[in-house]
Design a protein around this ligand. Sequence first.
Ligand code: GLN
Length: 275
Amino acid sequence: MATIESLLRAADLPDSPSARLDAEWLLAAALGKAASYLHTWPEREVPVECEARFVADLARRRRGEPIAYILGRQGFWSLELEVAPHTLIPRPDTELLVETALQLLPAAAMNVLDLGTGTGAIALALAHERPAWRVTGVDRVAQAVALATRNAQRLRLDNAVFCESQWFAALEGQRYALIVSNPPYIRACDPHLRQGDLRFEPSSALVAGEDGLDDIRQIIASASSHLLPEGWLLLEHGYDQAPAVRALFAEGGFCEIESRKDFGGHERISLGRRP
Ligand code: GLN
C-alpha cells in the first residue's frame, strides 16, 4: 500500500502555484480527513479504495476541472457550500458585496433579495450574519434553486428562502430594503472564458452580451420598482466596469452612488440608493 507521503510526491499535476495544495485537498477528501491529517501522519498507508478515488480525482484536475466541482464544495464567508457545475463557484471577491451590505444596513428585521443566487452564497452569508433579515434568493436555473435550498437546510438557515425567477419576473409586487446581485458580467469575446476554471462554469452565469453589461442594465432598470424608498441596490461587476455601472445607476435615478474596491484594488462593486 502507498503512503500519504508517496502518493503526494507522485501526484503529477501541471506546474502551478496551487498544484501541491490541490493534491493535498484531493487526498484529504479521498481519506475523509482534514488536510492537517496529511501533515501529521505522512507515513500512514492509504487504503486502496481511497487511493483509487484520489487517482481518479487527480485525473479530473489534470484535465483542468476546478477543485470545487471535483470536491463538490467550496468555502464562502464562514460557510461551507455544496457546489455543482450548473452554478458559478463562489469567489472570495464576492465577500466584498456581503461586507458592504452588512455595513450599510441595520440588523433589524427587513426583506432582502439576492438575484442570480447560484449556490445561495451571498443570500446565505447575509442570512447567517443577520438572523432577523428575511433573505430571498432567486435563480433562473431550477437546479441552482434546489442546490441553494439544500445549502440553506444543511446550514440550518431558515431565514433564507429560494425560488425560481428570471431576475424580477416572479417577484411582482414584492419590495425589499436591499437588493444584491453578482450577475453575469463578462464580455462575450473575453479570452479568459477559454482559460482556467471559467471553461467549466456555466456561461449563462458568466457572460452578459458584447459589453458584459446586458444583465446589469436590466437589473438597474427594474430595481427601483422592487426597492422600498431609501432601499439599496448593490452589484458586483468587472474590474473595469465601475464608471459604466455608476452611469447606469445615475440614469436609473439612484442617489448616493459609489463603488468599492476588492482586495486586488479593483473597483468591484457599485451601489446606489433609491430616493
Ligand atoms: N468574477 C468572475 C470572474 O471574473 C465572474 C463572475 C460573474 O460573471 N459574475 O471570474
